[in-house]
Design a protein. Structure first.
Length: 564
């Protein structure tokens, strides 16, 4: 097909939070996506700021890479320094760090689906036409004990939504594609989802309290130091631990009675999209594993799956990670390991019509590759790798959902499947948090370990390299540090959204976002809801992948925001 027959659609920005992501797609005469480009539109410069700093201070700055993922970057940065210096932390400190990190998994997943993504499937205004009694019965199809499923409660939710609409105060619900033909939920199903949307606001607030019990303020916590943690008083206080467990118990109740049933509803009503393979993507999945507990058990497995081959996984090897900037607005040629890389901007501008220069550089996001191949990271990758590795923690959750909903493993590799994987991971993580608390209580009772490894900074090596490698809510996160004369000489962070949103590499291989868009059909090109669904299913966080810093004070571009 000639280029003249292709129509280009530009969506900028595409995210409801942590924005700066532009998607451009080309569609044919049937509105099927034939080519796509993902672009991070603002420059990231945190690595530049960290040069020359004391390695023990990097975490307090690196956590500001993002306003949402602060805990994740904080821990990865601390770990990179500890790894460089060979500092081993006590078990109690590791357990507290794990409890904070895993609580963040649960909170992040709930917020993502209900508040950032569900409205790609839920028509808010349709809920106003719901029959309350039918809605109560409908919820019982997906759960034996639906969450707050009563006629008075759903009547209250419907009246609240009606008042929003009638008053013209849709707020966060404004500017949606309401009435779009791609919406498939019934009015009753929309009402159930909106009731859970509102309940999830309270759940995520309580989870912030749980995180604060051990992690202190959020965002930008200060409970970790190189060598351990500082929240010893909270760890030794039975009431604080009980408060934490109480919140997690209520969260588990919401997940089992609302979140997972909503995933079953999503699968049933969007079965056609699953069978069409919408959002299927690369077929390459990567997980680095982690979060040990109990007697040698591990929450996540490490492994790499290539080309949808679910018969085996290859072991993960950090030395196979490289980055290149062929299509990114940075100087440099060829591929390098992250610690060899630099972050020197080289902006080549947009076309005169404001579109991306798709044949050249078109993104502030770099292009990471594993063994020269693009990878998808995140909950789907973790659950697939765990399933293939026969993980005792992961496989039962996957098998139960597959059997109950008549799905195949490849059905998970879709837009809908990513959401299901995220929901199942929330349930799994929430349940195993209780086991990890048991480890903490036993460790305090019988071993009474310290929470901080004492070390003498002056006797540590002047020069060292290290990395902090973790699974975080959105996928694989790694911070790399190079220390010379006890100062940071180079610092690089390769984050989940860098993997998923990476532009094409020198061979033309697409990143996960770009590949997942190929082949989807857009019913109305003026309202590209289908594109939003695919990209939002990855839970983009562009602030992690790019950042608004230019150390030379140069104006990079201008933005005009229109308000109603």
């Amino acid at each position: 097909m000639s280029e003249k027959q292709l129509k280009k659609i530009i969506i900028d920005p595409i995210t409801r939070i942590e924005g700066h992501l532009r998607i451009e797609v080309e569609v044919d005469e049937n509105n099927i996506v034939r080519e796509s480009w993902a672009s991070g539109m603002l420059f990231r410069g945190i690595e530049t700021i960290l040069k020359g700093r004391d390695p023990r201070d990097t975490a307090l700055i690196a956590q500001r890479i993002c306003g949402v993922c602060t805990n994740s970057h904080y821990r990865a940065s601390i770990k990179a320094t500890e790894n460089a210096y060979g500092i081993k932390i006590p078990n109690n400190a590791k357990i507290i760090r794990d409890l904070v990190s895993l609580s963040l998994f649960v909170q992040d997943h709930i917020v993502h689906y209900y508040h950032l993504h569900s409205l790609d499937f839920v028509d808010v205004t349709s809920a106003l036409n719901a029959d309350i009694e039918k809605a109560v019965d409908e919820a019982c199809r997906y759960s034996d004990s639906p969450y707050r499923n009563s006629i008075p409660h759903l009547t209250y939710v419907k009246e609240k939504l009606t008042n929003f609409v009638c008053a013209g105060r849709l707020g966060l619900f404004a500017n949606g594609y309401w009435g779009h033909s791609a919406y498939k939920f019934t009015p009753e199903q929309n009402l159930i989802h909106m009731a859970h949307y509102l309940e999830a606001l309270e759940i995520q607030r309580e989870l912030s309290k749980a995180i604060a019990i051990f992690g202190g303020k959020t965002p930008h916590p200060q409970y970790m130091v190189v060598g351990g943690i500082t929240s010893v008083v909270d760890m030794l206080n039975p009431q604080r631990i009980n408060d934490f467990l109480f919140i997690m118990k209520n969260t588990h109740d919401f997940i089992t009675r609302a979140y997972i049933p909503d995933m079953k509803m999503l699968v049933k009503m969007y079965q056609e999209d699953i069978q069409a393979g919408y959002g299927r993507g690369l077929g390459n999945f990567m997980s680095v594993g982690g979060f040990d507990f109990g007697d040698g058990q591990r929450l996540f497995c490490d492994g790499v799956i290539q080309d949808f081959d679910f018969t085996k996984t290859d072991s993960f090897d950090i030395n196979k990670i490289t980055e290149e900037v062929t299509r990114s607005w940075y100087k440099g040629k060829g591929k390098h390991t992250p610690i060899e890389n630099d972050t020197e901007p080289f902006y080549t501008d947009l076309n005169n019509d404001g579109s991306l220069k798709t044949q050249g550089k078109y993104s502030w996001i770099k292009t990471p590759r594993y063994d020269d191949m693009p990878m998808e990271v995140g909950p789907l990758s973790r659950m697939l790798v765990g399933y293939v590795n026969n993980s005792k923690t992961i496989k039962p959750y996957m098998e139960n959902f597959l059997d109950e909903n008549n799905l195949k493993l490849k059905d998970f590799c879709t837009t809908i499947g990513r959401n299901v994987a995220r929901g199942l991971e929330s349930l799994m993580v929430c349940e195993f948090i209780f086991d990890i608390v048991s480890d903490l209580l036993e460790n305090i009772k019988y071993y009474n370990e310290d929470t901080w490894s004492k070390y003498d900074f002056e006797t540590l090596p002047n020069n060292a390299d290290g990395y902090g490698l973790f699974e975080v809510p959105r996928g694989v996160l790694c911070h790399f540090i190079n220390i010379e004369d006890k100062k940071v000489a180079n610092y690089q962070a390769v984050v989940p959204t860098t993997w998923n949103a990476s532009p094409k590499d020198e061979y033309g291989l697409r990143g996960a976002y770009e590949e997942a868009l190929i082949g989807i059909q857009i019913k109305d090109t003026s309202k590209p809801l289908e594109v939003l669904r695919v990209i939002h299913s990855f839970d983009p966080c562009l602030a992690c992948a790019v950042h608004i810093i230019d150390t030379k004070g140069k104006e990079l571009t201008q933005f005009k925001v229109r308000t109603q």
